[in-house]
Design a protein around this ligand. Sequence first.
Ligand code: DSN
Length: 421
Amino acid sequence: MNKDKNWRLLEKNDKQIYKAIIGEEKRQQKGIELIPSENYTYPEVLAANGSILTNKYSEGYPKKRYYGGQKYTDIVEQLAIDRAKKVFKCEHANVQPLSGSPMNQAVYFAFLKPGDTILGMDLSHGGHLTHGAPVSHMGQIFNFIRYKTDPENKGKIDFKELMKIAKKHKPKIVLCGYTSYPRDIDYAGFKKVAQAVGAITMADVAHIGGLIAGGVMNNPFDYSFDIVTTTTHKSLRGPRGGLILCKEKFAQAIDKSVFPGLQGGPHMQTIAAIAITLKKAMQPEFKKYTQQILKNAKILSQVLMKNGAKLITNGTDNHMMVIDTIKSFNLDGRVAEETLDKISLTVNKQIIPDDSHPPLRPSGIRLGTPAATTRGMKEKEMEMIGQWIIKALNNYKDDKFLKKLNKEVETMCLKFKVPGI
Ligand code: DSN
């Protein structure tokens, strides 16, 4: 395999795509990804993801395939399965979901019929689209009852209220785990609610999967959860993909639901890259990495709050922060995102609990520390990033000032290499 030759061929035969990839490489190197769901993956993952495994169809599971020629793909998938079980301390792992949305859909279809009820978090309070947002197909197929957080009480969940809702609506799945929620999750509280109504417990830990793998956040399996889903490209630092982890008694239903229920051929190049990621997650360096993600988030949130930023939930327990930019800077999330783009800090505009503004011009932005931490940035850099955010958002009309800040950001970024570039 000659990777340099492959790149030379691409450069020669498709200049437009080649140039766009090189442009994106430069953008990633010159700025900082602060979107909490993004990360810079390992060079080994890039190698596996760009490998000839992409040529192979492998419908089915190791030793039970529908096509021949599976000697090596079986090795790859079995390694990914065994490592996932070890890292997340669970009985069964399906490593084939193509990403986060199909991963959650496969769980619903494994256990529910159309019209059945799921208890999930409201989108604006931190739930994912697949947790029942009306615009998602899932919201149209299943009957989602959506609970909320208490913004006045650090974004905590009122379990007495949740129990009442569960008893009234009798969900078949009680779902926790979120996409824009900066607090830890009381898995024992959810288990109690689910047990009271005989529901399956499901945690979608897509965002914090890496933090659980590193042992710095609670693992739902320690609270006897039934099903845990996670993407592999966020805090876990792997390729884009998903894992469904469960107790053995649910294994058959989950596997059938992923294939042939929902998906066709698994992406074996991604599964190899997931196996590599999981081996990395078992190393002591990964634990240190996840500890630093949390330290960085604490510092960044403190710098922001000290300087007038109003954070949803008034702080963070994980890698993520949501800033109410209207209350803090009198700017909507779109203007805030565009302003920070001008100084090479990439964040995403974000709806806040019960937002009265529309999703493309919401009231906030969301940011997090996994990617910056991967580059080696620590407390000192978090202090600088926090100050840059505050200065830029307080001076969003001053293009000359923003240009000056951008130089500072780029100079700092060039000292922290993006792995694999
Ligand atoms: N797009 C992911 C995120 O940014 O959280 C969730 O799907």
